[in-house]
Design a protein. Structure first.
Length: 399
């Protein structure tokens, strides 16, 4: 284990280390530095700042783990009601590129009930292998059995890389798997690449509220694991007739045990389509004024055959369910048209929608940050402009 200590005979009480520590983990006592290990992250900033070599930082050592047994790129293919979700096809497209750079095979992992025919179709999306575990207990997602099965597969076949969608299911599952197999995990990636010399997965994601892009590597552990945001990568093209090797696995019944019991799945009822799949999104923020004004957005979205989105502030105010939230803590969307109504344009929201092909911003504040990324801007009251747009689109579209 790494460790750090103060060499009291060398410490002069100059306080340079106190000023250098970004975590407030060092204080002075009797003119000597004292480290609070509950706060210390062993970053080494204090040791670098000390002019008297009074701080000794020992990095973790030991023999390097043999990683040569790990190979192949795996994509966890999320399914709902027997239908593979589009995020899985995006990951297969990206996984194909990574596998080719590493010179290994691309494998899809499919868990469910009655999924044999679906598994055979994944070859057409670029998979060389499909690891299939088919059991009634896996028909709908549950944390315990899904985690146990994926852990067993990973421990037996030792993949070099595991990719999963940054969805509600993906985030819940892959974090549990990473803990159990002792692997690192980078969440919400927007870009992936390979360092061919070191065979490292370069995992890029927004950090510090989207102000910088951080590239993260996992040099000492395998598999290298990442979740990827929806709609930031292109789907793998369909290659009719292409086949994959199907590896069907069975496990003892206790593998599928769960501490919880699934009673029912209640679908959210809405008049508009899912924002993750929508080509047109009409989104509202705090500037909408209240829950009672969101029907204005719903009517416009319905006329355009689009979806209704929202900023975090609107969701936190309980004006609309979380499933409609766009942004860093919501969904990433890339529609052809994004109409932002009463949304100021904080960086956390922009992260989730700034790649939209056309952005129309409606806000009464002419200095709102949303106008900096907008293709077209309309300064005015959303309660007047949105109904006017709805009427005009109805006229033009003959609805």
């Amino acid at each position: 284990m790494a460790s750090i200590k103060i060499l009291l005979d060398k410490c002069t009480g100059c306080t340079l280390c106190v000023k250098a520590c970004p975590f407030g983990a060092i204080h002075m006592a009797d003119r000597k530095a004292v480290i609070d290990m509950a706060k210390c992250t062993l970053c080494g900033a204090c040791a670098a700042a000390c002019k008297f070599s009074a701080i000794e930082l020992a990095k973790a050592g030991g023999p390097k783990k043999d990683l040569s047994a790990y190979k192949d790129v795996w994509v966890f293919c999320e399914q709902k009601k027997g239908v593979v979700q589009s995020i899985s096809f995006e990951l297969l497209g990206e996984g194909r590129k990574l596998a080719d750079k590493l010179g290994v095979k691309l494998a899809a992992v499919l868990l469910g009930g009655g999924m044999e025919e679906v598994a055979e179709k994944l070859g057409e999306r670029g998979a060389d292998k499909v690891y299939l575990v088919d059991h009634p207990a896996l028909k709908a997602y549950q944390d315990d059995p899904y985690t146990e099965v994926l852990v067993k597969l990973a421990e037996e076949y030792k993949p070099e890389v595991i990719l999963c969608g940054a969805t509600t299911i993906g985030r819940s599952l892959v974090s549990r798997v990473a803990i159990k197999i002792g692997a690192g995990l980078t969440a919400d990636c927007t870009e992936l690449d390979i360092d061919p010399k070191e065979r490292l997965l370069l995992q890029t994601r927004p950090a510090f509220g989207g102000n910088i892009m951080a590239t993260i590597i996992t040099p000492n552990h395998r598999p290298q694991m990442a979740t990827v945001r929806h709609k930031v990568m292109k789907e793998a093209p369909v290659q009719p007739g292409r086949q994959a090797e199907i590896v069907s696995k069975t496990y003892p019944e206790e593998t599928f045990a769960s501490r919880t019991r699934l009673l029912d799945i209640v679908e959210e009822i809405g008049a508009t389509v899912n924002i993750s799949e929508a080509d047109i999104i009409v989104a509202g923020g705090r500037g909408m004024g209240g829950k009672e004004n969101f029907p204005l957005l719903e009517e416009l979205a319905k006329v355009l055959n689009g979806a209704v989105g929202a900023s975090r502030s609107a969701v936190d105010a309980d004006w609309i369910p979380y499933s409609h939230q766009v942004g860093q803590t919501g969904k990433t969307v890339v529609p052809k048209l994004y109409i932002a109504c009463g949304i100021s344009g904080q960086i956390q929201h922009l992260i989730g929608m700034q790649s939209s092909k056309v952005i129309v911003a409606i806000n009464k504040d002419p200095d709102a940050p949303i106008f900096k990324v907008a293709t077209y801007g309309i300064v005015g009251d959303v309660s007047e402009i949105v109904p006017a747009l709805t009427r005009e689109f109805k006229r033009v579209l003959n609805k």
